[in-house]
Design a protein around this ligand. Structure first.
Ligand code: FES
Ligand SMILES: [Fe+2]
Length: 388
């Protein structure tokens, strides 16, 4: 279930260069490209002529050109050229693709998936430590990025990222301490902006295990490891955060859980550290981060049901689960407001293409065309799922 009308971090800005880039999101393909002024644009990756994948084409001028018959779409999504037509022939009004508001910030490309008008959209989250400009990180910090693929639903992946009590068990081989599994009480900090939930975080002291590898050398001179103050939480809909504060400094991990479809997720992470800031330690930072994801993999991919149950009472919750519960409450609130989009299924799905609705479908486009109606589009929008 995709929650619409949200800003999703779906790709690294650095991954979008001169050519179009396909990003699958929840069973729909999106295409990103960069125009000559450096702006990233996001569209449905579906040509309205014969359903060609625009991401297989090229950027011509500032337009996206379909690889099949060369139709060109401008950044607003309007078709501006049909090469097979005689010059001057009118371009049908329906010759347009869905265009999604798109912002590049903190090194990620954020795409607003949905049709809510601008005044009703939640703000982008503030990811402390990551600057607007992709390469300019907080002074004294070094950043690395990476990706990790899961055969699991993104709700499960996101919940795992903010789950504190699994650490002593799933991560006993790295930073978890199986001898001290008890989680001290913690308070949730919830931030709202204009009625939108923008973050839920919690800080708790975790007992680390005995150091190993590079850390063992560091701690040999320092003796027993003190508790590690750890902050974790999420920014709806798909970004999680983890701050770990070992005595040496601070590690910050921001991870976008990109829902490829109901059963696959790609985690795209940016990890900042304010110690060992030389390039020499980058490989070790990436390796350690991927090792932690790999430790989680079997557990997360083995969870059943694969998708989150709708009913909060369908699983048993205890106090240490309160961040995940906050996520489930947020998600349920969205479903109750009709923001859930279920991927089309059944026999018709093989014969028909659907798209995630964009703001222009409700007349909220900036091209001065206020007469947009559902019947003005070639491909239907996925309908909201009935509230559970
Ligand atoms: S399918 Fe895209 S131009 Fe024909
Ligand atoms: Fe984990």
């Amino acid at each position: 279930m995709l929650i619409k009308d949200q800003w999703y971090a779906i790709e690294f800005g650095a991954a979008v260069g001169a050519g179009p880039v396909r990003v699958p999101v929840h069973g729909h393909d999106l295409v990103l490209y960069r125009s000559s002024d450096g702006t990233v644009h996001a569209h449905s990756d579906l040509c309205v002529h014969r359903g060609g994948a625009l991401s297989g084409g090229r950027v011509a001028g500032d337009c996206l050109e379909c690889p099949y018959h060369g139709w060109q779409y401008d950044p607003s999504g309007r078709c501006v050229k049909i090469p097979a037509n005689r010059p001057g022939a009118p371009i049908p009004r329906k010759a347009r693709i869905d265009t999604y508001p798109c912002v590049e910030r903190y090194g990620f490309v954020w795409v607003f998936l949905g049709d809510a008008p601008e005044q009703d959209r939640p703000p982008l989250p503030a990811l402390d430590g990551l600057d607007d400009a992709p390469e300019a990180r907080r002074e004294g910090c070094r950043a690395v990025t990476g990706t990790f693929e899961w055969q699991a639903n993104y709700d499960r992946v996101l919940e795992n990222a903010v789950d504190i009590a699994h650490t002593p068990f799933v991560h006993a081989g790295s930073f978890g301490n199986p001898d001290k599994p008890q989680i001290h009480d913690f308070e949730l900090a919830e931030e709202r902006d204009n009625g939108h939930l923008v973050s839920v975080t919690a800080t708790v002291d975790l007992d680390p295990p005995a150091p190993s590898g590079l850390w063992a050398k560091v701690y040999r001179t320092k003796g027993e490891r003190p508790p590690v103050r750890t902050t974790t939480g999420f920014y709806p809909p798909n970004v999680s955060m983890l701050i770990v504060r070992p005595p040496l400094g601070e590690i910050r991990l921001y991870t976008a859980a990109v829902p490829v479809d109901e059963h696959r997720t790609v985690s795209k992470f940016c990890m900042l550290r304010d110690f060992f800031t030389g390039k020499w330690a980058d490989r070790d930072s990436i390796r350690r981060t991927l090792k932690i994801f790999a430790e989680d993999r079997a557990t997360v991919e083995g969870q059943r049901p694969e998708l989150l149950p709708f009913d909060l009472a369908a699983e048993l919750h205890v106090k240490s689960d309160s961040i995940q519960l906050a996520y489930r409450r947020w998600r349920q609130g969205c479903l109750d407001r009709g923001l859930g989009l279920a991927a089309p299924s059944g026999p018709e799905a093989g014969h028909r293409a659907w798209v995630i609705p964009s703001p222009a479908r409700v007349g909220d486009s900036d091209d001065g065309d206020d007469g947009d109606r559902a019947d003005g589009w070639v491909f239907p929008a996925v309908a909201p799922a009935a509230a559970e």
